[in-house]
Structures are given as structure tokens and as C-alpha cells.
Design a protein. Structure first.
Lengths: 259, 316
């Protein structure tokens, strides 16, 4: 570019920018290369399995059907996966590794996109783990071929959507707050506070399915397809509680001073 | 050592132009301009809070500047593809995950940059971290070990430019000498090195070029000789058997004399004092140049930025 002082220009022709797939694989590696990270991943798998085994022990044989096992798995994963999403972002701040991460990849959007993709991949993995464990439980559950009866593809898809939404929600709260305890507390307290308000205030009760995420996500646990209204409610509440916080967090990261 | 001898491309210039960074009313960096040349070690010197770290953080895109710009080899840091391959950065050796092993930290860096894993072992050997040390978690490292690891991380991508913030912090004297030799060798092979420090002696020994910064402003820059030469006023420290007589003799010649310790501080060349002593037959017991060293210069230039009220130093 500069013909006057060519020797003072950095020759970058031999170093293409870091491929996105490499950024994703590094982010995935970072979730599992510390003791805390490995424990969290192991805990997600172990607690999911434990919930299903407890259900297996207390339920009667006819109830030991695939659909029920999957529904049981949704509960522990619903509160552990977001923590994974939160930590993916906030640990870079609490451990101050953000300085190193962003010095090696100055495009903050690319790093964030890599983190988002990693989070989604982990969500997929949790989904598959739950499906495999649920299938095993069903096979030995004694409900026979009825165990897999009435299964619809849509039930799988909705369960997966729920997992991915919560993990993105965790990521969003992590991005906005950039602080582990604050993000975790907000993630768990905010929905409780919201549902109390929506249940107590009479004129909000009718609007609750459209504004309260917990209410709108309830039909996802039923294992049946959603009605048009329910899809609409899921979309608006996800926009309010997940998409908007995520966009706000993204902007915050773009402007933040990385310490 | 072979590892960094692979430096395949000569070092490139860091250019800082009119850099300013404000935080509300506070100006951390105030219209700073300087260049770091390839093949030279540039020392960035200033008391705590002078703006060194802020400048270096802006350099690698972690902090946005309020005004001005920095280019490395003609490019803004943000525009350098795979920057770890060109610019080695060590801003804070403790800014790594305490739960990762040293080896894992280097592995993550090498994977991001797309380097072979053999590079990790080479760098560990270069900074003398043993195999068992490299498997320990960073939380159990001493500050000196963190600095070695940080330097290994900065050198991983075989960069032609190094930006190091207080790299000697926490190193023992042998470690400091080791780092000095390493960085001098690196610059001698054409690399560009910018390192900051608040310790003058450290920088004096290693830097070819010095930039003195105080309260966000550059107060002086140049090599050691030109910095000392720029300081001007001559001075001599003298002790004699009859200080009063010597003082009167010098004052009679129009020279300003201050009592200092057991002797006198004279605002003139030592030769002037010697002549006066010879003319008045006063026996001198000690006579030497009182020209301030780099340290005095440093303290003087940054005097209004020091946290301690700098006491008028009694000559040793």
C-alpha cells in the first residue's frame, strides 16, 4: 500500500484471518479445559441421567414412556445449560482472559459469533444425551412398544428449541452483565419475579402468555404441537427476554473496554 | 533459542500519532506521538498511572482511543489478519484463566493462530518452564513463572513486533538478565520491541531508545546520551578541607554554590571547581560531576506526576 516506505509495511499476505471454524473449536475447547468446566459438563450429563433414573424408580411401568423421560430431562437441563452459556462469556471477564482472546482475534463480533455457535453445539449435545438416556430408560422401562407410541417429530423439535433458547438466554444475560454471579442471579430471579407480577396484577394476567417467558414456554413441555397463538406468544416473549437482551449485550461488548 | 531465530521477516514500525484517551474529565493519555523502530528496543518509561498501559491497550485494540491513531507496520491492529502471527502481546501475565495449565494456555493460543503443537514445546523450552511446571495450573504459578509463560505466549506466533507491559515484573535478577538477553537478541535480528516499565534501571540496561511519559504526556524521548545531553546545566559535587573558603572563592567568581551533605553542590563544571581550589590552595578530598543521571532526569521530568512529594535528594 505504501510505496514510499515498503519496508515499514507489515506483510500480511501469508496470514489469512483466523477461520471461523477454528474460533469455534477453540471456544469449545475452553469450555472443557478447566476443572470447573469439566465438572459443569459432567454435572449436566449426570443430573439429567439422575432425574430420569429417579423418575424410572418412582413411576409405574405404563408411565415409563419416552415422552415422560424427555419431559423430566428438560427440567435440570433448563437450569444448567444457561449457566454454561453465562460462563462462556463471563469467565472471560472474571478470569480476565478477554484481553488475550481479543488480542488474538480483534473482531469482537466474530468471537461472539463463535461463542454463540459453541453454545448452540453444546445445547445440541445435551439434547442428544437426553434423547439417548431417555431411549435407554424407555427400552428397559417395561412399557414395551407403547413406550415410543404417539411420538411426533414436533415434540423433539420443540424440546430442542427450548434447550437452545435457554442457552442463548444465558449467553445474553452474561453479555449484558459481564459478571458471573450477577448474570446467574438475574437469570434465575428475573423469571420468578416476572411470573409473580404477572399472576398478581389482574390486568397483566391476560397478557401474561404474550409477555411472560415462563408462561409462553409452558406448552413446550406438553410434547404436542403448539397452536398459532402459542407460537406467536413464544416468539414475542423470546423477543423480549432473549433476543433483545442478546442484542443489547452484543452492543455492550462492541463498546466495552476489555480489561 | 532456535525458535525465535526463525524470525522470517524483519520487524515493523509502531507509529503512534496524536493519541488521546479521556475518561470523563480525566485525561489518561494526552496527545502522545512516538515511533518504535525495527531492530531496536524501545523503553516506555513512566511512574504508575502515567498512561503507559492505556497506550499499549489502545495499540492492540482493547481500548478505543478518543483521538489519534496507532499503526503497526502501516496497519491498524484491527486490520491485521491473524494478528498473533505478527504482533506478540503481553499486557498482563496474570490475565489468564487460573484453572488452566501453562501448557493448555499456550495450546489455546497456538490453536487459535493455527500453529503446530510442537511450537508449544519450543516456547516452553525457550522460557525455561519445565514439563512438570507446564502441567501445573496457572493459579499455582509465581509471578515470575507467569511472566515467563506470558512471554512464551507473546512469542508463539513468531511475531515481528513485541508489545510488552512491565515484562520484568516479578522476575528474579537472573530472570531479568535472561529476558534482557532474549529481547536484545530479538531486536538484533530485526524485531521491533516496545516494553514498558516504571523501573528506570531495568529500561536503561535494555532499551536503545527511551520514551518518558508522565501524567499522560511525553516528557522526553531519545537514546540515553541525547536525553542526558538535553538536560543542560552542569554541576559538580565537591568536598574539601575548608568548604567555607571554597564556597567564598567560587561565589567570588560568580558561581552558585549550595551546601550539600558534607560538601557543596556547585553549579559549574568540575574543572571550574578544581581551578578555584588550586588558585586558593584549598585541599579537595572529593570532586566529581554532579550531572544528574537518568534517574534524576526521570524524577525531575515526572516530578509533578509522582505520587510521593519528591524530596530534594542528598547526594550519596
Amino acid at each position: 500500500m505504501s510505496q514510499i516506505t515498503p519496508s515499514f509495511t507489515l506483510d500480511v499476505s501469508s496470514t489469512p484471518r483466523v477461520p471461523f471454524t477454528r474460533l469455534v473449536s477453540v471456544e469449545l475447547r475452553k469450555t472443557a479445559d478447566t476443572r470447573a468446566g469439566r465438572w459443569l459438563l459432567a454435572a449436566i450429563a449426570a443430573i439429567t441421567a439422575a432425574f430420569m433414573i429417579i423418575f424410572f424408580a418412582v413411576a409405574d411401568a405404563p408411565d415409563r414412556i419416552f415422552e415422560n423421560f424427555i419431559a423430566i430431562a428438560a427440567t435440570p437441563q433448563g437450569f444448567l445449560l444457561p449457566v454454561l452459556g453465562i460462563l462462556l462469556v463471563t469467565s472471560e471477564w472474571s478470569q480476565r482472559t478477554a484481553m488475550v482472546t481479543f488480542a488474538l482475534e480483534p473482531s469482537r463480533s466474530r468471537v461472539l459469533a463463535a461463542k454463540t455457535v459453541s453454545a448452540l453445539l453444546l445445547g445440541f449435545a445435551a439434547f442428544f444425551a437426553a434423547v439417548v438416556i431417555a431411549a435407554l430408560c424407555t427400552l428397559v422401562g417395561g412399557a414395551g412398544s407403547d413406550g415410543f407410541a404417539d411420538l411426533t417429530l414436533i415434540a423433539f423439535v420443540l424440546f430442542l428449541v427450548l434447550q437452545l433458547l435457554t442457552i442463548i438466554q444465558g449467553l445474553a444475560y452474561g453479555l449484558i452483565l459481564l459478571n458471573t454471579p450477577a448474570a446467574i442471579v438475574t437469570f434465575f430471579v428475573l423469571p420468578i419475579a416476572a411470573s409473580i407480577i404477572f399472576n398478581l396484577v389482574p390486568f397483566l394476567q391476560d397478557a401474561a402468555p404474550w409477555l411472560d417467558l415462563g408462561t409462553a414456554q409452558q406448552p413446550l413441555f406438553n410434547g404436542e404441537n403448539l397452536s398459532g397463538d402459542e407460537y406467536g406468544q413464544l416468539a414475542t416473549t423470546s423477543l423480549i427476554w432473549i433476543v433483545l437482551p442478546f442484542v443489547a449485550g452484543w452492543f455492550r461488548l462492541m463498546r466495552a473496554e476489555l480489561k | 533459542m532456535r525458535a525465535i531465530a526463525l524470525l522470517g521477516h524483519s520487524g515493523r514500525m509502531i507509529k503512534v500519532e496524536g493519541l488521546t484517551r479521556t475518561y470523563g474529565d480525566f485525561t489518561a493519555v494526552d496527545d502522545v506521538s512516538f515511533v518504535c523502530q525495527p531492530g531496536r528496543v524501545t523503553g516506555f518509561l513512566g511512574p504508575n498511572g502515567a498512561g503507559k498501559t492505556t497506550t499499549m491497550r489502545i495499540m492492540v485494540g482493547l481500548t478505543p482511543p478518543t483521538r489519534g491513531r496507532i499503526t503497526i507496520g502501516g496497519l491498524a491492529y484491527h486490520d491485521i489478519p491473524n494478528p498473533g502471527r505478527h504482533v506478540g502481546v503481553l499486557l498482563d501475565a496474570s490475565a489468564q484463566h487460573a484453572g488452566r495449565s501453562g501448557r493448555e494456555i499456550l495450546t489455546i493460543g497456538a490453536k487459535t493462530m493455527g500453529l503446530p503443537m510442537s511450537r508449544v514445546d519450543e516456547m516452553l523450552a525457550l522460557v525455561s518452564l519445565s514439563d512438570s511446571e507446564s502441567k501445573r495450573r496457572l493459579g499455582n504459578y509465581s509471578l515470575g513463572m507467569k511472566q515467563r509463560l506470558g512471554l512464551a505466549h507473546a512469542l508463539l506466533g513468531d511475531p515481528s513486533v513485541l508489545i510488552l507491559d512491565e515484562p520484568a515484573n516479578g522476575l528474579d535478577p537472573a530472570g531479568i538478565r535472561w529476558m534482557r538477553d532474549l529481547l536484545k537478541g530479538y531486536a538484533a535480528r530485526g524485531g521491533t520491541v516496545l516494553l514498558s516499565s516504571h523501573l528506570l534501571n531495568e529500561v536503561e540496561l535494555i532499551a536503545d531508545e527511551m520514551i518518558l511519559i508522565g501524567r499522560g504526556k511525553i516528557v522526553a524521548q531519545g537514546d540515553k546520551k541525547s536525553l542526558l545531553a538535553s538536560q543542560g546545566t552542569a554541576s559538580a559535587l565537591v568536598t574539601s578541607l575548608d568548604n567555607d573558603a571554597l564556597a567564598r572563592a567560587l561565589q567570588a567568581d560568580g558561581v552558585v554554590v549550595h551546601p550539600a551533605g558534607d560538601g557543596l553542590r556547585v553549579e559549574a563544571e568540575p574543572v571550574t571547581v578544581g581551578r578555584a581550589a588550586a588558585a586558593h590552595q584549598i585541599v579537595l578530598t572529593d570532586l566529581r560531576s554532579g550531572a544528574a543521571g537518568l534517574e534524576d532526569l526521570f524524577l525531575e521530568l515526572t516530578a509533578d506526576t509522582q505520587r510521593e512529594a519528591s524530596s530534594q535528594g542528598v547526594p550519596a
